[in-house]
Design a protein around this ligand. Structure first.
Ligand code: PLP
Length: 391
């Protein structure tokens, strides 16, 4: 019959034929829920959920595949993925802190992280102590009783200061303080903090891990006992990753090493060349001899990373002229993609920082941050050089 109703066929027909094809790539399990064979099967899930499937806020195969890859790259037993980097940071903190605990947090850290700990965590009775970046290990050693965790970031944005990760982790361990690092800028290609003793490694996977500026994503990696409460927060609060995003994240991580090696090399080349430009007062890049953490960076990091910052002579107005004259480098915030991006911290990431905070972090009003992509390094140098000519 030409116009037969499709009915149940439309809902159920045909799909079981392709459920177990040995595809080269992990399929996107774009499903919120899973079938049980029987009531006994459903009840068994609740008795012992391990290895069984109920609902994608709790577990999804594509997300689990991506989590396993993150854990392998970081050298940890497990990883948990989130809908954004901030969701990951939030879950890691909420999982491990309770009212009355003290949190030590580096004074140089992503702005929203500062806002999260200052304005939200404190409302729930967590005492937050901000510590100068270069004094984290001493602060852990001298921490008051009740200090539960220490959160820092390395390398930092936008001046690429580098923390002695092993020293901070050891100081925390000696005092029973949980160490957490946001290693978004480093990536596991340049630094694997867990191998240096850090308990929880956090990423805005929006940046290099995914690498294509097309998804928000976050990750927390660590050993199973420390991940268990983080997963509990995610299950309950619901900041989990969508399976389609997990698929793209898996694909992004497959090229992570080649991207980072290229971005390390390009950023170093630009940093070395632009350091001598007459309109540049200073280039902040950890693999330059002029960087205050150069020796530590060379010892600790596999590469200097894909971000450099230029202090344009004359301050804010000339910096804006350079920014506006860029032709290949896009004027956009964020970092870690294949397209080079430039932003001015005092009107973007650090817009709300006080003058004292800017000074403490070595950020001047003429600073231009560049996230290096995969374009031809010579083209990028030519673009930045012509833009600096308009300063
Ligand atoms: N951590 C760092 C170092 C970041 O740069 C960012 C975002 O820029 C975040 C965390 C927050 O991540 P998301 O934007 O994925 O929530």
């Amino acid at each position: 019959m030409a116009n037969q109703k499709l009915g149940t066929l439309a809902v159920h027909g045909g799909e079981d034929q392709v459920w177990s094809v040995p595809a080269v790539n992990t399929p996107i399990y774009q499903t919120t829920t899973y079938r049980f064979d029987s009531a006994a099967d459903a009840a068994a899930y609740l008795d012992a959920p391990d290895g069984k499937w109920l609902y994608s806020r709790l577990e999804n195969p594509t997300v689990i595949a991506a989590e396993r890859k993150v854990a392998l790259l970081e050298g940890t037993e497990q990883a948990a993925l989130f809908a954004s980097g901030m969701a990951a940071i939030h879950a890691a903190l909420v999982a491990h802190l309770a009212a009355g605990d003290t949190l030590l947090v580096a004074d140089t850290i992503y702005g929203q992280t500062t806002r999260l700990v200052r304005t939200i965590l404190t409302r729930f009775g967590v005492k937050v102590v901000e510590v100068p970046l270069q004094r984290l290990a001493e602060a852990a050693a001298a921490a008051p009783a009740g200090t539960r965790a220490l959160l820092f970031e390395t390398p930092t944005n936008p001046t690429m200061r580098v923390v002695d990760v092993a020293a901070v982790a050891a100081a925390c361990r000696a005092r029973g303080i949980l160490s957490m690092v946001d290693a978004t800028f480093a990536t596991p290609v340049n630094l694997r903090p867990a191998t240096l003793g850090v308990d929880l490694v956090i990423h805005s996977a929006t940046k290099y891990l995914n690498g294509h500026c097309d998804h928000l994503a976050g990750a927390v990696a660590g050993n199973k006992p420390l991940l268990a409460p983080v997963l509990e927060v995610r299950r309950t609060a619901g900041g989990t990753m969508d399976p389609a995003v997990a698929y793209d994240l898996i694909r992004g991580m497959k090229t992570l090493e080649v991207r980072i090696e290229r971005q390390n090399a390009t950023a170093l080349r630009l940093a070395e060349a632009l350091e001598h430009h007459p309109m540049v007062a200073r280039v902040h890049y950890p693999f330059l001899r002029s960087h205050p953490d150069h020796d530590l960076a060379r010892r600790q990091l596999g590469g200097g990373g894909g971000v450099l910052s230029l202090s344009v002579k004359g301050g804010f107005e000339p910096c804006c002229r350079v920014h506006d004259a860029l032709r290949i480098v896009a004027r956009a915030s964020s970092l870690g993609g294949v397209e080079s991006l430039a932003s001015i911290p005092v009107i973007s990431s650090h817009r709300n920082a006080t003058d004292a905070e800017l000074a403490a972090q070595g950020i001047d009003r003429g600073l231009l941050r560049v996230s290096v992509g995969l374009e031809d390094p010579g083209d990028l140098l030519a673009d930045l050089t012509q833009a600096l000519g308009r300063a």
